[in-house]
Structure formats: structure tokens, C-alpha cells
Write a protein that binds this ligand. Structure first.
Ligand code: FAD
Length: 566
């Protein structure tokens, strides 16, 4: 049902029909979890322009909604990253005499009315925000629009997250693409048809007048502190230290990381002795990582990709800025290179994947509501993953709460902790657990292992990744999981099941990555490292494989071929 009437279009309709308010004493920009920056921020820029034109102050608002965090499986790392970025943003905005007011709103359902009463208290003329494309957020914003209208406040929600906005790139039949390649070709043509429009850089906000800091109405808004943590989502000290070191915050940092990827500089990072963040950046031929991206990007054991995903997911840098930087690198080309023949083109194609999955979320919202895109796989029989035998869940059917509250069974625990006895899977999972990030190939291998070798519901893995990745993003994570589980748009066909041992040799040929994250195996070399014998594993205190790939492969093939059958 939700697919037939996607909420994005209802929101855009509501925005079109917003009131044009005649009076008011302020303009409010509502900053969300995915637009944590001041530069090149469309809603912020528009709010600032309006405030200046009307001669009223601009107020920035951020709402902490713990129930939303829970509903979206937001992990403590992503929340901590948000708060750290907000601290910097608050300081930068204060220098422009713009307050960043922080509210905690406990009850998710009443958030729209909470926003409106805040706006009324400030005699707000108009509200500006960038669109959040998740279904619940769209529905919330539709409600905000309705309430704003009845209160005489104008509400404007604009596209900002994608390079080419969702809903624009369509098939000849005027439908959303469900296959990436033709989408990407059309996406690139659309982008190149009007580069100036799609990549337009929004100006930074104007400073408020000095009166704002002194006024009785607004000065208190400067005083709300950014909390250090949110109850229920705290990081332990060690994890916090790691996150702060590996993933520093702020727009300048994001641009520096982008610059290091585009230039020959190494990224200094602290992921360990064989540092997957710095490793490989010491290129002997001095070529930049982006130049070599076409060839190197799947060499997951080295630093071959940008590692910008936490910054893109939180909007600390805009994807537009990334594409503009690639054009600059190509002698200020007036066209975007998104072809497969160059490193730059290949990298831009990855940014297109990001847009693609957001487009899928918007066009087929059910995928984010626990449904497979390919409904024919809705009844694939999954192995139980809870200690209580998934009590209450209907076997084979799509349970509305597949993950449940019960304790994980032994196999799932082993996967989460990186103790499956399959070195590449364990290294990938331990990297997620320690760093909050792992290379795309390792994500695919770990996800394929959970859904095909362990035959466990993809939504269990999707949730775990969301809770632990610092770049956790609903659209990309859901896309990646449904790709790996063969249930999504343009997925890995179910019969192409990764062999984790041959994948291991392919993506970590020297074994550096495994040795770093599975130190028990550090002494091993060659095939022994990728697939240690039982006696070697026993000697080193490493677990034996939780399942045998060649034995369980057929189970997956059978169950996907005949959904519903065991
Ligand atoms: P680069 O190779 O430098 O690519 C540049 C940017 O393009 C990335 O930062 C990212 O924003 C985007 N991008 C690259 N690959 C993809 C992709 N396959 N899908 C969507 N966008 C892409 N990405 C997330 O941002 N958040 C997630 O929660 C997430 N979960 C995933 C779960 C699974 C099971 C899989 C297989 C993939 C997932 N991805 C997710 C996609 C991808 O793994 C990461 O975006 C990528 O590894 C980030 O590294 P990078 O910044 O060095 O990427």
C-alpha cells in the first residue's frame, strides 16, 4: 500500500500548499541527523536568505528524539558522532550569532506538535528543513506541514541529501528504476544536462544582528548545551576514545579526508599497526587513491576507498561537494565523469549507488518496513536465531518483529562477535565491532555468510549493522543487506553464493587484514590463514567453523529455489 502512494509526494504536495505568512519575528532552520554542516546546506541557506530579507533572526533547532533512535536502531556510535559534530556546529553558528537550540523530545508521536509549539513561542514566520526520506520521518513532516499551516507558519522541506533528487530519474514508462546500471546512466545524463542546477553550492548563512544575543526573546537559546551523551545510548570510555581518534568530527576534517583521497597524501589514522585506514596510502608511484580507484577499490585490505561514508551519512560533507571536487580535479571540467573507464568515474558511480538506494527507499518504501523488494522471497525459510527458538514468530513467514527481544542463539552470537571460525568473516565483524566501519567487500562477505551460510534473516544483520556502524544509514544499509540476501533490487542472484574462502584470498591476498583483526592467526600465512585446518585452529585457540560452507550451500539454494520449503 505504502508503495502505491509514497509519502514523499504527499510531503511535497503539502509544502506546495504551505501558507505564505505575513508576520512573524523569526525564521527557524530545523537541522536533522543527516545534515550536520553549515556549508552547502540548502535548507539552512534558504532560511538564512529569508531571515535576512525579512530582517528577522535565524534560529537553528535540533531535536533529540530517543524513541526515533530506538525505532531506527541508531547505534551509540552514530549518536555520539552526531553530538560531537553538533558541538562544533553550535560553536560555529554562535560566531554568526545564530543560536543552535537543542530540545529533547521524548514522545515520538507528539513531536510535530512539539515543534509547532516551539515555533509559536518564537513567533516564527517560517520553518525550513532538508527532507529526510525515511517513511516515518516523511509522515512526521507531513503532520508538521499540516499543523504549521493551521498555525499560519510556512513550512518548507527541500531536497538536499542526494545529488539528483529522488523521483526524478525514471524509466521510459515513467517508473522508478529497480536496476542500477540503467538508473546510473540516466542519473549521469540528467546530472550533466544541468550541472549548475544539481551541483549548485548554497551560500553559508548570514550572521544575525548583534541584538539577537542580547534580546530577551532569543538570547536564552544560545545557552542550551549539546549533551555529552544520551541516556541509553552511551559509549564506553574505550570505544569513545577509538571513535574520536578514528572518526574525528567537523566539516574541515571531512574536506581533509576528501582531499587526501583525491591527492597523494596518506590519511593518518589509528586503526592499528597494519592500519587499514593508512595502509596502501603510501603509494610508491605517488598516484592518488581516486586515480587508482578503478583497479584498487576491491582490494579491501588496503586503504583504497575514500572512507567518507560516516561524513556523508551524517551530512558533514555534501555529496555535491564530493562531485564538484572531482570536476575540479579534471581541469575544472564542466561535465561530471561518471564512466567506468576512470578512477574518478568509478568513484562517482559509488555516489550514484547512494542516490540509487535513497531513490529505492522513496519509490518502494516497504523495503524499509521489513519487506523484501522481491516479494517472491518473502517466505524463504530462515534458520531460527534466538535462544527461545524465535517464540511467537511464524516460521517461513515475514514476522513483523523478526529480531525480537530474545537472546541470540549461539550461531548468531558467533557471527556478531567474529567467532564463526571463518577468518575473513571474523575479521570483518571484529573490524565492525572495533572501528564502526569496514570496507564494502567485507560487508558483503559478512552479510552473505549470515544470510546464506547461516541462513539467517537479513533483517537481523541489518539491525546489527545499524547499531554498530558509524556510517549507519537506512537506505544504503537496507540496500546492502537486501543485495547480499538476494531479496533486493538488482541483488546478487541467490545461486551466486560467495565462497568465503576464495573471497578471502581475493580481497585480502596477503592476509594483512585477517592478521590485524584476528590476532590468534597472526602467525599463519597463505591458505592456512584463509582456511586453517581444525588441528591448527585448535592449537591457536581459534574456533572451528560454525558451519561447513560446502555443506550448507545447498540448503540456501534449495530454500531460495522453493520459498516456503525447508
Ligand atoms: P567509497 O568507495 O569511497 O565510496 C564513496 C561513497 O559512495 C561512500 O562513502 C558511500 O556514501 C557511497 N557508496 C559506496 N558504495 C556504496 C554502496 N554499495 N551503497 C550505497 N552507497 C555507497 N553504506 C553506508 O553509508 N551506510 C550503511 O549503513 C551501509 N551499510 C551497508 C551494509 C551492507 C551489507 C553493504 C554490503 C554495504 C553497506 N553500505 C553502507 C555501502 C558501502 O559498504 C559503504 O558506503 C562503503 O563501504 C563506505 O566506504 P567509503 O566511504 O570508503 O566508500
Amino acid at each position: 500500500k505504502v508503495d502505491q502512494d509514497p509519502p514523499l509526494f504527499k510531503l511535497l504536495y503539502a509544502v506546495q500548499n504551505a501558507v505564505k505568512p505575513k508576520q512573524g519575528k523569526s525564521v527557524v532552520y530545523w537541522m536533522r541527523m543527516a545534515d550536520l554542516r553549515i556549508s552547502d546546506n540548502r535548507a539552512l541557506s534558504q532560511a538564512s536568505t529569508e531571515a535576512k530579507k525579512e530582517g528577522v533572526p535565524l534560529i537553528a533547532l535540533f531535536i533529540i528524539s530517543p524513541q526515533d533512535f530506538l525505532a531506527h536502531d541508531r547505534g551509540a556510535r552514530r549518536i555520539d558522532f552526531t553530538l560531537r559534530n553538533l558541538t562544533m556546529i553550535k560553536e560555529s553558528l554562535s560566531k554568526l550569532r545564530i543560536p543552535l537550540h537543542i530540545i529533547t523530545h521524548d514522545v515520538r508521536k507528539t513531536l510535530p506538535s512539539g515543534v509547532i509549539s516551539f515555533l509559536k513561542d518564537l513567533s516564527c514566520k517560517s520553518l525550513h528543513a532538508n527532507i529526510e526520506y525515511e517513511v516515518d520521518e516523511l509522515r512526521r513532516d507531513i503532520k508538521v506541514c499540516e499543523l504549521a499551516k493551521s498555525s499560519g507558519i510556512s513550512a518548507t522541506f527541500v531536497h538536499d541529501k542526494c545529488i539528483v533528487e529522488p523521483g526524478l530519474v525514471k524509466t521510459k514508462e515513467n517508473k522508478a528504476y529497480a536496476v542500477y546500471s540503467p538508473y546510473q546512466r540516466n542519473w549521469l545524463a540528467t546530472l550533466n544536462d544541468d550541472v549548475a542546477h544539481f551541483l549548485d553550492e548554497s551560500p553559508k548563512p548570514n550572521p544575525n544582528s548583534e541584538d539577537v544575543c542580547k534580546s530577551k526573546e532569543f538570547s536564552h537559546l544560545f545557552e542550551t548545551p549539546v549533551p555529552k551523551s544520551i541516556p541509553g545510548f552511551e559509549l564506553d570510555d574505550e570505544d569513545r576514545k577509538t571513535m574520536e581518534t578514528v572518526w574525528p568530527t567537523g566539516e574541515d576534517v571531512a574536506f581533509e579526508i576528501l582531499d587526501q583521497f583525491l591527492q597523494t597524501k596518506a590519511r593518518t589514522s589509528q586503526m592499528g599497526a597494519v592500519d587499514p585506514l593508512a595502509n596502501g596510502a603510501q603509494n610508491s608511484d605517488k598516484a592518488s587513491r581516486i586515480t587508482k580507484y578503478k583497479v584498487d577499490r576491491d582490494d579491501a585490505s588496503r586503504n583504497t576507498t575514500s572512507r567518507l561514508s560516516p561524513y556523508l551519512a551524517a551530512g558533514v560533507i555534501s555529496s555535491r561537494a564530493c562531485v564538484r571536487a572531482t570536476m575540479k580535479l579534471q581541469n575544472n571540467s564542466d561535465k561530471v565523469d561518471g564512466g567506468k573507464d576512470t578512477g574518478i568515474g568509478r568513484w562517482v558511480q559509488e555516489l550514484a549507488w547512494r542516490d540509487f538506494y535513497i531513490n529505492i527507499l522513496v519509490s518502494f518504501p516497504r523495503v524499509s518496513m521489513g519487506r523484501p523488494y522481491l516479494e517472491k522471497y518473502a517466505n524463504v525459510v530462515w534458520e531460527l536465531h534466538r535462544e527461545d527458538g524465535n517464540k511467537g514468530a511464524k516460521e517461513g513467514a515475514y514476522d513483523s518483529d523478526p529480531v525480537g527481544d530474545g537472546k541470540d542463539n549461539e550461531a548468531l552470537k558467533k557471527w556478531k562477535e567474529g567467532r564463526t571460525g571463518v577468518p575473513v568473516v571474523d575479521a570483518a565483524m571484529r573490524c565492525v565491532n572495533q572501528m564502526g566501519w569496514v570496507h564494502n567487500r567485507f560487508r558483503m562477505i559478512a552479510a552473505m555468510f549470515l544470510t546464506k551460510d547461516l541462513m539467517m534473516d537479513w533483517r537481523v544483520g541489518e539491525k546489527y549493522f545499524m547499531q554498530n556502524l558509524i556510517d549507519g544509514d537506512l537506505a544504503s544499509n537496507n540496500g546492502g543487506w537486501q543485495w547480499s540476501a538476494s531479496t533486493g533490487v538488482d541483488p546478487a542472484p541467490y545461486f551466486r553464493i560467495f565462497n568465503p574462502y576464495s573471497q578471502s584470498k581475493k580481497v585480502d591476498p596477503a592476509g594483512d587484514f585477517i592478521r590485524q583483526f584476528v590476532p590468534e592467526l597472526a602467525k599463519l600465512r597463505g591458505d592456512d590463514l584463509h582456511d586453517p585446518s581444525e588441528s591448527t585452529a585448535d592449537k591457536l585457540g581459534y574456533p572451528r567453523p560454525v558451519v561447513r560452507h560446502h555443506e550448507v550451500r545447498d540448503r540456501a539454494l534449495r530454500r531460495f529455489k522453493n520459498p516456503g520449503e525447508k
